[in-house]
Design a protein around this ligand. Structure first.
Ligand code: ARG
Length: 264
């Protein structure tokens, strides 16, 4: 989460002082502009915490339960030793440690095509020490045509709200699919590696809502399936800088094979 922001900040400093100024000027909400939601609506939503996190609840990234013992998250979230992570399910308010389930992580697989240079294939699959048996899992979207301008998927996460909501609390936001052309029209986004074949461009061009730091790896859901995961953006909810999501369908075969792998 912080690495991506740092990398982007670095690029901005080197390449474009003007754009860097835009990053600094506006502060916005968490999932910014979202509303509270419950873990019964999104039982497969996972908060991935990390002991090195600067926050009181150790929140770090998002994720989604795709098998009782597997979660999908963002590759860029996996920068710390595996023993520092915990997956939390069923706890909308992360400060309420009495409810929900937790599991340590015993294994992580990073998509072999993940690139820190162009941010493509930003996927990791983690194996849970303790399977979350009985919790509904979310299915992967396998149809690349599901990424269609005009549909309205929903993004879930415990990330930054920029004071548009309580911290450490599960929020959701309807994030309209803007279509690849919108992100491809943004030169900076093309420079960061936006690709029509690998990403979903979603949110609001007027800056009213977005996913944000801490939401990475979390689910963007359409028709009950995992359309994409939170990957990156320039700031959060900056006008004309929508959220960029890692699209599942082009990778569904590979991801599903990894999810289905029997861990011995
Ligand atoms: N990279 C951020 C994270 O690690 C999430 C980025 C999403 N940004 C956005 N503007 N939609 O949590």
């Amino acid at each position: 989460m912080f690495t991506r922001a740092a990398a982007i900040a670095g690029i901005l400093v080197l390449v474009s002082a003007g754009a860097a100024a835009a990053t600094m000027t506006q502060e916005h909400p968490l999932i910014i502009g979202g509303t509270l939601t419950s873990t019964s609506e999104a039982p497969w939503a996972i908060a991935l915490t990390n002991t090195t996190s600067a926050t009181a609840t150790n929140r770090w990234c998002g994720g989604a339960l795709v098998r009782a013992d597997k979660i999908i998250t963002a590759a860029h979230c996996m920068t710390k030793p595996i023993g520092t992570y915990t997956a939390v399910q069923g706890r909308a308010d992360l400060t309420d440690r009495r409810i929900g389930r937790t599991s340590r992580i015993t294994g992580s697989w990073i998509h072999p095509g993940y690139s820190r240079t162009n941010n493509r294939n930003d996927f990791a699959i983690l194996t849970l020490a303790k399977p979350m048996t009985g919790v509904p899992v979310i299915r992967l979207e396998t149809n690349p045509k599901a990424d269609r301008k005009g549909v309205v998927p929903t993004v879930y996460g415990w990330g930054d709200t920029a004071e548009t909501g309580p911290d450490d609390t599960l929020q959701k936001l309807a994030a309209p699919d803007l279509g690849d052309a919108v992100c491809l029209a943004n030169k900076e986004y093309v420079g960061y590696g936006y690709a029509a074949s690998a990403n979903v461009c979603a949110g609001y061009l007027d800056g009213t809502g977005d996913s944000c730091q801490g939401d990475s790896g979390g689910p963007l859901v359409l028709n009950g399936r995992l359309l994409a995961t939170v990957s990156w953006g320039e700031g959060c909810a900056e006008p004309n800088y929508p959220g960029v999501y890692a699209e599942i369908a082009p990778n569904a075969k590979l991801l599903q094979a990894e999810i289905s792998r029997t861990t011995l």
